[in-house]
Design a protein around this ligand. Structure first.
Ligand code: NAP
Ligand code: HSE
Length: 436
């Protein structure tokens, strides 16, 4: 058996400590499968005195992640700190410049600097592996980067954030508040250090940006993604959706259109009984639609220490199996220098059905205003229901579902209804996702 692969690990939080446990627990199996033992030889985090709940014996503490990244005592640098800039960026860059392979679970870093880092890794003939960065334990990066090479992808979409899916599921099944669900997700180690990245949709956007690059051969472009999080979703929306035969999911969707790539992250209605509607809790799902393979969907745990560590360990094992001088495949499926500019399709041209929930003034003419404004935009309604007037506000809740229309049309219709003085507060608008 070859000499152990010496690992430098920066980040000893949820994922870092799970990785330490996993490499210890599965040491024999991993050594057998990787052809050499995997050994964490040096570590770094912010607080040296913190009890991590795992043994750090025989691991040298480094004060600085950049020094760790370029240390002569390691062969591979594993970045599990998080954050889109330093020290994640400086340490990963330092590792590659020092000739070390890198593994990271950091989608924020890759969304912002992935192309430059891929370029550097390819120039130096090094591996930059990031399976855990998208959909936790689901091996979607390998599938997109390697297994689907012969396919022209038309759409990639899915539930890409475990925290949000956990919150939406528990709001529906347990009828508990958004804040309580989020606190539980944090306690379970699913959420980002700053959970607004989860609930405002940024984390999903980071992952979608990486998937879109792999799918369409374009540069990673997180800023080209239309973004809405789940903070405005109420138990009322979830129940209204269910009454209409839908479930609300936070989706990331990237579609190739004639006008460019339409990338969007927002809560979406998916039909009850569809495979994606059945994905509950922290589970993620990624669906790919392509010309040769057709449609496929992978699901599995999208967050949490063990699931994420499983993906990180797989990436480390690939490095352990690689041989010096071997030419590695490109980081983003094709050489970073050949990635096309990302052409963004405008969200205004998005076509689909819409669910609208409005609090309206309970007066004659409200229904007429809604019907007129919708007709002016040539929007055809699938259903419209007025619920009992609320005792507390005197508002009449109206829920409608449209047939396919455009984002531009629906926004204009809602502006018109508001201008007619018919709305109490903002209308809730949730897109209905067309599934194959
Ligand atoms: P975490 O629990 O917050 O742990 C982060 C670790 O990084 C901590 O040990 C922290 O040190 C260390 N750290 C943070 N800033 C640092 C700095 N400036 N210098 C040195 N060390 C620093 O995070 P996590 O949940 O393990 O996530 C780690 C990475 O994996 C992130 O990129 C995240 O997006 C990604 N990820 C997480 C999951 C998940 O389910 N949690 C899933 C997939 C991907 P201290 O402990 O001393 O404060
Ligand atoms: N906070 C992320 C999530 C971690 O909830 O999905 C996995 O990337």
């Amino acid at each position: 058996m070859d000499a152990p692969l010496r690992i430098g690990l920066a980040g000893l939080g949820t994922v870092g400590t799970s990785l330490i446990s996993l490499l210890s627990r599965q040491a024999d199996l991993l050594a057998q499968r990787c052809g050499r033992p995997l050994q964490i030889t040096a570590i770094n985090a912010r607080d040296k005195s913190k009890d991590r709940g795992v043994s750090l014996a025989n691991m040298q503490w480094e004060e600085d992640p950049v020094a760790l990244a370029k240390s002569d005592e390691i062969d591979v640098f594993v970045e599990l700190m998080g954050g889109e800039d330093d020290p994640a960026l400086s340490s990963v860059t330092a590792a590659l410049e020092a000739g070390k392979h890198v593994v990271t679970a950091n989608k924020a870093l890759l969304a912002k600097h992935g192309v430059a880092l891929a370029d550097l890794a390819e120039e130096r003939g090094l591996l930059l592996n990031y399976e855990a960065a998208v959909a936790g334990g689901i091996p979607i990066i390998k599938v997109m980067r390697e297994s689907l090479t012969s396919n022209a992808v038309s759409r990639v979409f899915g539930i890409l954030n475990g925290t949000c899916n956990y919150i939406l599921t528990r709001m529906e099944t347990d009828r508990i508040s958004f804040d309580e669900c989020l606190a539980d997700a944090q306690a379970l180690g699913f959420a980002e250090a700053d959970p607004t990245f989860d609930i405002e949709g940024n984390d999903t956007a980071h992952k979608l940006a990486i998937l879109a690059s792999l799918a369409f051969g374009t540069r990673i472009a997180p800023d080209a993604i239309y973004l809405e999080g789940i903070t405005s979703i109420t138990i009322e929306d979830i129940e209204a959706a269910r009454d209409l035969g839908y479930r609300i999911k936070l989706l990331g969707v990237a579609t190739k259109t004639a006008g460019g790539v339409e990338s969007r992250v927002h809560p979406a209605m998916v039909p009850l009984g569809s495979a994606i509607a059945e994905i509950g809790g922290v589970t993620n799902a990624v669906a790919v639609e392509a010309d040769t393979v057709g449609s496929l969907m992978m699901s599995g745990p999208g967050a949490g220490g063990d699931a994420t560590a499983s993906a990180v360990a797989g990436d480390i094992c690939d490095i352990a199996k690689s041989r010096p001088g071997h030419q590695h495949g490109p980081v983003l499926g094709q050489p970073a220098g050949t990635l096309l500019p990302h052409e963004r399709a405008p969200m205004a041209s998005h076509a689909g059905g819409y669910f609208i929930r409005m609090s309206t003034v309970d007066q004659p003419g409200t229904m007429a205003s809604i019907a007129t404004r919708m007709a002016q935009q040539e929007i055809s309604l699938e259903s419209i229901v007025q619920r009992k007037v609320r005792d507390d506000t005197g508002a009449a809740p109206i829920i409608l579902v449209t047939h396919e229309t455009t984002e531009q049309a629906i926004r204009k219709a809602l502006e018109g209804i508001a201008a007619d003085g018919r709305l109490k507060g903002e209308a809730q608008m949730i897109r209905i996702e067309k599934l194959a």
